[in-house]
Design a protein around this ligand. Structure first.
Ligand SMILES: C[S@@+](CC[C@H](N)C(=O)[O-])C[C@H]1O[C@@H](n2cnc3c(N)ncnc32)[C@H](O)[C@@H]1O
Length: 326
């Protein structure tokens, strides 16, 4: 299946499925009582993906470094344990870290790589770069919205199905369970799951990772409004919003918000006028943090049994290997 999920339209009024989905998400998330919310999916146009890439290199943003170090240490063991003929990766992005694993797999024989991502532009660049860097690798990119479809159509088996970067943490527990269950149904006996999960730790370390000194995360957060302005013809005034990220200890999750600094009326063609009041906020992302017990329980609810648990040096990050429960 190839479609460009975030390239919503060339004309503001064109009723593409992606535009219809975006309008529905905006209607459900912003035109409601209580906490307003947008799915993090809409951060990731070409600019948002570039900003995220910049975030991964920030001093404060430890998850990417920690996960890369884990992959460098354990890639051979993971390749040995799972012996895959294919590696499908949900939310693959630039697949920078994935190369470590792909090299370890290629050392054992031919491997097919199926990066799955909503951002078609980044995926094109990822596929091109990988074909250059690893000519023996068969690359079969899939542009898809993981909220609708997580199937790795055309994958060889045994398949290692990966979900790195703690992207699973962007889903609350019911949504993460539903996602794992749909991944589970696309797997066959002998296939395995690899999930990168950020772990509970000192609040200061967690909050610093989402409030960097250079303001890149702030720009990334505001990018969702740029995307809505461009794709829907909305008129969110960016200067009326401020980035805020806080750790909620009770829910063990970072919440990223855009705080509304002054009353404003935003026109969203196709829906209507949105009245925003100073002091309220739009929640734009959650990032759940785990420990071994909560990760085991989440995987079990999704139809998987945890088989290996690799943890990095502090600030701690984990790689979970799991097998589908028969
Ligand atoms: C936090 S980044 C992680 C990227 C990479 N896996 C890493 O570990 O650095 C999330 C990735 O998921 C993709 N993404 C976000 N929402 C998505 C959705 N609904 N469906 C598919 N991909 C999505 C983004 O384009 C982005 O590449």
């Amino acid at each position: 299946m190839m479609h460009d999920a975030l390239a919503v339209s060339t004309a503001v009024d064109a009723p593409t499925p992606a535009r219809t989905r975006m309008l529905a998400d905006v209607r459900d998330g912003l035109f409601r009582r209580g906490q307003k919310e947008l799915p993090p999916t809409y951060f990731y146009d070409a600019r948002g993906s570039r900003l995220f890439d910049e975030i991964t290199r920030l001093e404060e943003y430890y998850p990417t470094r920690a996960e890369r170090a884990l992959l460098e240490t354990h890639a051979d063991a993971i390749a040995e344990l799972t012996s895959p003929r294919a590696f499908a990766e949900l939310g693959a992005g630039t697949a920078e870290k994935s190369r470590v694993l792909l090299r370890a797999m290629l050392a054992r024989g031919p491997v097919q790589y199926l990066p799955i991502d909503v951002d078609g532009h980044t995926l094109d660049e990822t596929a091109r770069a990988l074909r250059r860097a690893l000519p023996a690798l068969e690359v079969a990119p899939i542009v898809a919205d993981m909220r609708d479809d997580v199937s790795a159509d055309g994958a060889r088996h045994p398949l290692l199905y990966g979900f790195l970067g703690s992207t699973i943490g962007n889903f609350d527990t019911p949504a993460a369970v539903a996602l794992l269950q749909s991944i589970r149904t696309s797997l066959r006996p002998g296939d395995r799951l690899l999930v990168g999960m950020d772990l509970v730790k000192d609040t200061r370390v967690l909050e610093a990772a989402y409030n960097d000194g250079k303001g890149v995360t702030r720009e990334f957060n505001l990018n969702v409004l740029r995307v809505l302005n461009r794709e829907l013809g909305a008129d969110f005034p960016l200067e009326a919003f401020e980035h805020r990220a806080i750790y909620d200890e009770a829910l063990a999750r970072i919440e990223m918000h855009l705080d509304v600094r002054r009353d404003c009326t935003v026109r969203v063609p196709g829906i209507g006028c949105l009245e925003l009041v100073a002091g309220e906020s739009i929640r734009t992302e959650i990032s759940c943090k785990y420990d071994r017990a909560s990760a085991t329980a989440l995987l079990a609810a999704g139809g998987f049994q945890l088989t290996e648990w690799f943890v990095s040096a502090a600030p701690e990050f984990a790689l979970a290997v799991a097998e589908p429960v028969e």
